[in-house]
Design a protein around this ligand. Structure first.
Ligand code: NAD
Ligand code: MG
Length: 394
């Protein structure tokens, strides 16, 4: 068997570590080209050595020296910074895990597609900001994008052998995050520590907070439109506290196909890693006889304004997704820094979306990398300007 050449971007994060866990179980099947990380040099170096990667890259140039030291005598290249990341993403491989958090994952993903790799996409932000660009790049280079988000992997699996034109609706589920049962009044007081703990999934801090605010689900609604090309009116969200049903696909004959599984990202990662085959995965098998009762209910859009905004973003189209994501990433920075409250995040994003709309040529313009980055920059700068000039915030 020929070993699969693999690179993992965001290798030190939650998705990256789950990917490495699967690869380590079947070590001879893989040839690791590049691993990238951020500040956790010890983890990055340890995995690079263990997996005998060709190159390890940290996103931060000031950490090049510690990474070099950690890799001394191993023959593994050490590199740092954006240019090095792009160079590594341009090295030919068969499969790339895109698991950097935020828009920083966009360019490495595009580079991976340009060299024809299969892109396993956990980095939903890149699809939200630049869906058309990613898809165009994939088709131009005969590359493929596979979903890794659990809901989108579930939809993808429910669609095997089906015709997308026969799909009536797609339902993605949401656990409801840390504040599922909190009334609106109480949400105003939600702290960083409270928002950073998820009832069902063990994930990176940013996506965990985005789950509590439903910004994560908002991104996923847009991700559903981009991945499967359905109309926004066909996409529904249901709160499902048990996180066992990940998505459902409804067909025009009324049939509803659902995907169930334990809340373990190794399922979706493993499906993308082995696709189009299925292989044994170390995930818990569900025993529905003893599982808790499955509940579903419609989300309260007043408590979760992010969800309402995602439909506005889709109806505006253009580069609205880039403005939405850029503003969302920046308000999250401010919430984490303690400058704004939990509910301020959605109201600030809404304000910035209105401002972006009012700028000629910002949203309604051609989808190109430069334009995406310009819109992202505008949204971030506007968030910063409002937060620093308003007396409402600290
Ligand atoms: P994480 O915070 O645990 O890890 C993020 C990784 O990205 C780390 O390796 C970090 O070093 C790297 N990184 C951070 N900023 C960077 C930058 N500016 N440049 C280069 N690298 C940078 O995040 P995660 O939870 O693993 O999520 C990764 C992606 O997967 C996100 O897009 C998230 O939305 C998506 N996702 C995660 C889960 C999950 O279960 N964790 C589920 C579905 C989708
Ligand atoms: Mg998800």
């Amino acid at each position: 068997m020929v070993a699969k050449r693999v690179s993992i971007f965001g290798a030190t994060g939650s998705i990256g570590q789950n990917t490495i866990d699967l690869i380590r179980r079947d070590r001879p099947g893989y040839n690791i080209v590049a691993l990238s990380g951020g500040r956790n040099i010890a983890q990055l170096a340890c995995d690079a050595i263990d997996l005998q990667a060709d190159i390890a890259i940290t996103a931060f140039e000031d950490l090049l020296e510690p990474l070099r030291v950690a890799l001394t005598g191993t023959g593994i290249e050490a590199a740092a910074g954006q240019t090095a990341l792009i160079e590594a993403a341009s090295r030919p491989v068969d499969w790339v895990m895109s698991a950097i958090v935020g828009i920083a994952g966009l360019l490495p993903g595009l580079k991976a597609l340009e060299q024809g790799a299969t892109l396993a996409l956990a980095n939903k932000e890149s699809l939200v900001c630049a869906g058309a660009l990613l898809k165009e790049t994939a088709s131009k280079h005969n590359a493929r994008i596979l979903p890794v988000d659990s809901e989108h992997s579930a939809i993808f699996q429910a669609l095997v052998g089906e015709d997308i034109t026969e799909v009536e609706r797609i339902i993605i589920t949401a656990s409801g995050g840390a504040f599922r049962d909190w009334p609106l009044e109480r949400l105003k007081t939600a702290t960083l520590a409270q928002a950073s703990s998820h009832p069902n999934w063990d994930m990176g801090q940013r996506i965990t907070i985005d789950s509590a605010s439903m910004f994560n689900k908002a991104l996923e609604v847009i991700e559903t439109k981009e991945f499967f090309g359905v109309d926004p009116t066909q996409i529904e969200v249901l709160v499902h506290p048990q996180s066992l049903v990940h998505a459902l696909v409804g067909f025009k004959d009324g049939a509803l196909m659902s995907h169930l599984g334990a809340p373990d990202m190794r399922h979706a990662i493993g499906y993308a890693l082995h696709w189009p085959q299925r292989k044994d995965l170390p995930v818990q098998r569900l025993d529905l006889g003893t599982a808790p009762a499955l509940e579903f209910y419609a989300p309260d859009l007043e408590r979760y304004p992010a969800l309402r905004l995602s439909y506005e973003v889709m109806s505006k189209g253009g580069l609205s997704g880039a403005a939405f994501n850029g503003a969302k990433e920046r308000v999250l920075d401010h919430f984490i820094a303690g400058r704004i409250g939990f509910l301020d995040m959605a109201s600030l994003v809404e304000t910035v979306l209105e401002q972006a709309d009012a700028q000629t040529g910002l949203i309604e313009t051609a989808m190109s990398l430069d334009n995406v980055m310009r819109t992202d920059h505008f949204a971030r700068t506007e968030v910063d300007r409002i937060v620093s000039t308003s007396t409402t915030y600290k």
